[in-house]
Each structure stands twice: as C-alpha cells, then as structure tokens.
Design a protein around this ligand. Structure first.
Ligand code: GUN
Length: 340
C-alpha cells in the first residue's frame, strides 16, 4: 500500500480540531507523515484515529466544516441586520408528527439561531389540508421579513408535494427544490441550489482534490440529492455517471470513481471492493440499524482503509445540509437587501 500525507485538507485542519491524530514520531519537517497507518474507530461519538501499520483515509469532517460556514454566516447576517434593521428570516413549515422530521427541523432552527437568522416556526397538524398549507405559503411569500421558506418533507399522503414545492416563491426557495431553481441548475446558471448536494460539493472542495476532469460516480438518482449533485459535478467539469437500482455491474462502475458520492438509502451498501484506492468517498445516507445506531450507505471502516478521503455518518453530510440551508437563506436576504 502507498503512504500519503496525513490530515490537512484545504478547508478544515483536522489536526487542529482534534479529529485526526497521528504519531508525532512520524511527522516530518513539512508536516506530512512518512509512514501512515490504519485508523481504529473509537467508541466515542467522534471517530478517533490511532495509527498501526496500513494507510488510512483522511476524514472529511462535515461537523467542523459546517461550524466554520455558520461562523461566516453569522457575520453576513449581522451585516444584513445593520443595513436593513431586519435579520435574515427563515420560515420553517412542518406538517404532521413524523418524529425524524421534528428532530431535523429542530436542528435546523437551532443552527439558524447560532447564525443570527430569525426563525418563523409553523408546526401544523397531520390533518392540515393542501389548501390551508398553500394559504400559509402564500402569506410567507408576501412577507418581507421572510427570505427563505422551508417545507419539511415528507408531507402527509393527502398533500401533493409537487404542488407545494411549486407554490414556494423561487426567490425564497432556500431548499432549492422549486422547478425553476432545478431548471436553472440544469442550464448551468443556478440561483438556489439544493442543500445536500451543495454541501457535498463543499466537502469535496475542502479536501483540495480538484473536481475538474475527475470520474465522478453518483449512486442514487433522487430529485433532492442524486440528480442535482450530478449536475453540480458536471458544471465543475467532472465526467459524471449516475448509478441506480437498474445499473448493470454497479460495483464495477463504482470502482472507476475518483469521486464516489453515495445516496442510495441502504445501510453499508458500498463495500471496500467497490472503491478505487485513494478515491474521495462521501456518504449521504443516514440509516438506522436494528440496535438503533445510525450508519451511512458506506461500510465505513473497511472503506476507510482504501479511500483517500471519506466522510463519516453521523457528522458528515448532515451538518453540511443544514449549513447550506442557512447559506441560501442569508444569500436570499443579501439579494433582497441589494447586497449581493
Ligand atoms: N426531508 C429530508 N431532507 C430534506 C431537505 O433537505 N429539505 C426538506 N425540506 N425536507 C427534507
């Protein structure tokens, strides 16, 4: 196995934030490590790397990256407030009792507060009609204090999500789900980009690995992750393949990837034999195991011994999705204030 430098991407210094620990004896004068070794996963909530005798992937720490983004956004929010007398505002709309959705929305709201974004919270009963939901969205579309509107998905079955997402003003579409914004991305002139794929792009960029010219394989073709992510990679001049449930010899396609982006929604779907040595692997999945623990779509430990870079679950894409929602909201407020 080859050895490679350890630990510092262009975005987040993983040593500084304590996520990557290498033995001082290995460190040479340029700060890289001559003989790099195998990560051992800690039992704590964070992945702790110790070093044995084989090469390890470097960790793409979405949590730390998201915090850095939030800090920048807090300054931008303060500038909007200073100019307009109003904070950037995000309306959050949650219909029904889905416990996971309640947790997601709460996390989004907490992050907003940390970034100086006003939250306009709407929790509606599962019996809310489509007409009532449309009326609320119309009100938020017309409210000058609101710069972004988030309708948490999934919606109850009696409500047509497509109708709802189209009702959100494209100018306040912080989720980037409106067909206008999707179309703008297709033609290569995005306005609001969907948060999860936008976060994945930032995570790739944080590694310093250039996207241009790379073979990118996106596993999963959903409208909210796989399709927009493929378009964002294409816009950055990657050669992009999208894999899905009907793809023939999917492992062979994955093995071609310099950048392997996985959003298939199946626990530990990507195994080490599907990964090219040194690839950047980003795991968008969040799956609950029978013991209640969360895991991604990538079999983290064995894949981390083969990949060049890898994102963990939790602490990878999830926090970046939230950070990008805030980013879109602040950007919207800046546009409306004539600051962008
Ligand atoms: N449900 C799962 N992911 C998302 C997301 O990114 N935005 C919204 N609105 N709902 C979701």
């Amino acid at each position: 196995m080859t050895s490679r430098a350890c630990g510092v991407g262009h975005g987040v210094d993983l040593h500084k934030i304590g996520l990557l620990r290498c033995p001082p004896s290995n460190k040479n004068t340029t700060g890289s490590h001559a003989a790099l070794k195998r990560p051992i996963l800690g039992t704590a909530s964070r992945v702790i790397f110790q070093w044995e005798d084989v090469v390890a992937a470097r960790l793409i720490d979405g949590k730390a990256l998201a915090q850095a983004v939030r800090e920048g956004l807090a300054a931008a929010s303060a500038a909007v407030l200073a100019k307009t007398g109003t904070k950037p505002g995000l309306a959050t709309i949650l219909v029904g009792d889905d416990p996971a959705s309640h947790v997601y929305v709460k996390n989004k709201q907490k992050a907003c507060e940390l970034a100086g974004i006003h939250v306009d919270d709407h929790k509606l009963s599962a019996e809310t009609t489509q007409a009532e939901l449309l009326a609320l969205i119309e009100k938020k579309n017309a409210d000058p204090k609101i710069h972004g509107i988030l309708v948490q998905l999934p919606l109850p079955k009696h409500i047509d999500s497509r109708v709802i997402l189209e009702a959100v003003s494209p100018d306040k579409d912080a989720d980037g789900f409106h067909p206008y914004n999707f179309g703008r991305l297709v033609e290569g002139h995005p306005v609001f980009e969907a948060c999860t794929p936008k976060g994945v792009i930032k995570m790739i960029e944080s590694t310093g690995v250039p996207i241009e010219g790379k073979r990118a394989v996106v596993v999963g073709r959903s409208n909210i992750v796989g399709k927009p992510l493929a378009l964002m990679l294409l816009q950055r001049h990657a050669t992009v393949t999208i894999c899905h449930s009907k793809t023939k010899d999917l492992p062979a396609v994955c093995r071609e990837a310099d950048l392997l982006l996985v959003a298939i929604g199946k626990a530990k779907f990507v195994t080490a034999d599907m990964v090219r040595e040194g690839a950047v692997v980003i795991d968008v999945g969040t799956n609950k195991l029978p013991d209640g623990k969360l895991c991604g779509d990538v079999d983290f430990e064995p894949v981390s011994q083969k990949a060049g870079w890898i994102s963990p679950v939790p602490g990878g894409v999830g926090p970046m999705t939230i950070a990008m929602l805030l980013d879109n909201t602040v950007e919207s407020a800046r546009r409306m204030a004539g600051m962008a």
